[in-house]
Design a protein. Structure first.
Length: 432
């Protein structure tokens, strides 16, 4: 039976899961592949560190670049993370005719064009199922399962940390800071959670998904990104009162004028399937021409779910190697993709939740509603409640009819200029 050599760059949580799957499921993998996936080297930072998976010490090294270009390695599995060094290592591996598997969404979102182009020129495979939504096979579904269809839009919960926080905040009783600390203790959030809670991680994933869905070049800075840090307990309570759940969503939509690309918190109707996605789970809702609506749900992170996607890519590339068919699947190099216009957020049509912190005195409410009306923002529901017992401030919450984002933002600027809201207004788009 043929042996296929694997070079593993990184032995953290996911790397340890890959090792465990390759060792513990070796018999099943051999039966499905008709060949053996053999680990021939593992690059780590510290040779003495205690590992989550046992690896023969003779396989360990501290030079990822050397391992990525070493003879006997057929597939390089990049799990070191980061952007610049990971890019250099992967490019070196491609130049040495190695097949590539990566779980690094930031690498692909930022340097995808260079990597796809290099892999295509060399005729090698570059697979990345684990880069988006961990164990959910969304990349394979979009690239292969929906290959004959036309995707019109995707809406996804693609960051487990943000979903854990918004789910917990919706239950009430704890602050954002307390829930984030819990997420960090339980391993759901990094020591520096900025990329997750700011929406940056979701934007990396959306760039990859949009390229697959719409066949277009996606620049990361073209995606509108907002985080969940400014959401308060009152926002979750008001969402529940009006029949909504707050989720951080990644959205892309095909329009006549181009495509929408946005990541931000949204009020999701409680009747939607996405409203029931709990804790650290991920889900992607796809609307396409032929199939219609479909949803892909499961573990979006974690050692074994993510490792499963990585090993599935290893098996798929192994099949290509055995069939002498590596590089046969088009990588859709971004240089060969058309550049599609990204519709500006100012043109977005949506319903909105607006919250203002104002002084409780006659005339304030009338001034607010007058300014909104002057900017063509029509109110569907208006309510107010005290901010706290020891203050004269009240929260005024307005749910609007459909409005144009540019008009809403202009109204908020005018309200700020008038000094009516004593804190930055809260704006949350309502998904529909």
């Amino acid at each position: 039976m043929r042996d296929i050599g694997v070079g593993l760059l990184g032995l953290g949580n996911v790397g340890a899961g890959v090792v465990r799957l390759l060792y513990e499921n070796a018999t099943a993998i051999e039966a499905r592949l008709g060949a053996r996936l053999v680990i021939r080297g593992v690059a780590v930072r510290d040779l003495q560190k205690t590992r989550l998976a046992e690896v023969d010490a003779s396989l360990l090294c501290t030079d990822p670049m050397e391992l990525a270009t070493r003879d006997g390695i057929d597939i390089v599995c990049e799990l070191i993370g980061g952007e610049e060094f990971a890019r250099d290592v992967v490019l070196a591996a491609i130049a040495a005719n190695k097949q590539i598997v990566t779980a690094n969404k930031a690498l692909l979102a930022v340097h995808g064009e260079a990597l796809y182009t290099a892999a295509e020129a060399k005729g090698v495979d570059l697979y990345y199922e684990a880069a988006v939504c961990g164990g959910i096979p969304i990349i394979r579904a979009l690239r292969e399962g929906l290959a004959s269809d036309r995707v019109e839009s995707i809406t996804g919960i693609v960051n487990g940390t943000s979903n854990f926080i918004t789910s917990a905040m919706a239950s009430g009783g704890s602050s954002f800071e307390e829930i984030l600390a819990t997420a960090q203790r339980e391993g759901y959030a990094e020591a520096d959670p900025t990329l997750d809670v700011s929406g940056g991680d979701a934007a990396h994933k959306l760039a990859i998904l949009a390229m697959l869905c719409f066949g277009t070049r996606v620049q990361l800075d073209a995606i509108h990104v907002e985080g969940i840090e400014t959401l308060a307990e009152i926002d979750y309570a008001m969402a529940k009162k009006h029949g909504y759940v707050i989720k951080s969503l990644a959205m892309a939509k095909r329009l006549d004028a181009g495509i929408e690309l946005r990541v931000h918190p949204a009020m999701v109707p409680q009747s939607w399937l996405l409203a029931d996605v709990p804790d650290t789970k991920n889900a992607v809702y796809v609307d396409s021409y032929a199939l219609g609506s479909s949803m892909y749900y499961g573990a979006g992170a974690g050692m074994m779910p993510t490792a499963m996607s990585v090993v599935s890519d290893l098996i798929e590339i192994g099949r290509n190697i055995c069939a002498n068919a590596t590089g046969s699947m088009p990588l859709r190099s971004q240089r060969q993709l058309p550049a599609t216009a990204v519709v500006p957020m100012s043109a977005l049509r949506s319903h909105y939740y607006l919250r203002f912190s104002v002084e409780d005195r006659p005339g304030t409410l009338g001034k607010l509603t007058t300014i909104l009306g002057e900017h063509r923002v029509s109110i569907a529901n208006l309510s107010q409640r005290p901010m706290a017992e020891d203050t004269e401030l009240i929260a005024v919450v307005a749910l609007t009819h459909e409005a144009i984002e540019g008009d809403v933002q202009a109204a908020l600027s005018s309200i700020a200029d008038a000094g009516l809201s004593l804190a930055p207004p809260q704006l949350i788009r309502i998904a529909s």
